[in-house]
Design a binder for this molecule. Sequence first.
Ligand SMILES: N=CN[C@@H](CCC(=O)O)C(=O)O
Ligand SMILES: [Zn+2]
Length: 403
Amino acid sequence: MKQGTDSTLWLNATLFDGLNTEEQPMAMAVIGAQIAWLKPMSELSAADRSGFECIDVAGALVTPGLVDCHTHLVFGGNRAGEFEARLEGKSYEEIARAGGGIISTVRATRAASEDELFEAAKPRLQALMADGVTTVEIKSGYGLSLEHELKMLRVARRLAAELPVRVQTTLLGAHALPPEYKEDADGYIELVCKEMIPAAAAEGLADAVDVFCENIAFSVEQCERVYAAAKEHGLAIKGHTEQLSNLGGSAAAARAGALSVDHVEYLDEAGVRALAEAGTVATLLPGAFYMLRETQLPPIELLRRYGVPMALATDANPGTSPMFSLKLMLNMACTLFRLTPVEALRGVTAHGARALGLQQQVGRLAPGLQADFCLWDTKNPAELAYSVGLPRLTQRIFAGVKA
Ligand SMILES: N=CN[C@@H](CCC(=O)O)C(=O)O
Ligand SMILES: [Zn+2]
């Protein structure tokens, strides 16, 4: 394929469009950075081919570029020691309450320069890209001060500037209580609302704002204050909710108009109903479920019944999900949560895009959307979830360009 040029017609594709698999071989026309049109091969005329460079993929599977809608891939240090402690029987909550967990990554992230964070994050992002990811969300949340939260967001923006991938950034100031606010959670929330959110919005560093609504983090009422500040500054809303207990954080986020609520293992029927009413996506994070050896399954059957879109993401982070393969999450979502392969694939394409508010731009193969797509050496979409390590990604196209 010519690099960055004009008009390419991809022929004989087995096409998963982000929601469904086409029943017959398809042709997909790409002009510049956009998908121009799609047609069954049986309806393709000679005139349709005119002006295009034609590439016959011989039945290979073509999917949208994958969307990893929840990561924390900018961080300092690692938590292999905590992994060992958990294997010896300590719980995630115990470690967090003793000043480890997220706070230990905060210490390492504060100590790291912007360049050091960039260099550490780049291979993590490249690992996701090698798996077919073309859009990724990156959260802050290991700085927990104005200076260090903005530093993390700048690193995320720089990753987007230097690599062929779309990055959505999320300010997660309300991730944990930093040591200097130990007895003053409300004071810290005030800092998030009055300083971090306005600064991140003014500098164009954040697309959304996230919170950790949990007993070891922030209350529903504190999260609602953060949501109000985010909305005041025109930023979208997301939440880490119902991961370890049921506080009603998902319903509160949905009422505030959240794009997504993430984890949701402890979500109950009232919460699911609230998501359905608000059109909020439920993002499933099987990596953290697996890593923490959780037993409470997310309410998949209820989410299906109420028609709540389910996104699926790596949650790539140093503590609960040191995993940099979205394809692995396809398999885990099926084996651990009993999603069907098609549901899992929707989770990393159409529904992942919706969890970021990007459904008009990416996550589907449809006219007018950005030409981000992947070719795989299989003809069967289910194989992407079935097998780990294969099928191979044979081409990754970002904005119409092989990258
Ligand atoms: N649940 C809260 N935050 C992250 C974990 C962060 C960490 O442990 O470093 C998550 O999504 O799992
Ligand atoms: Zn997370």
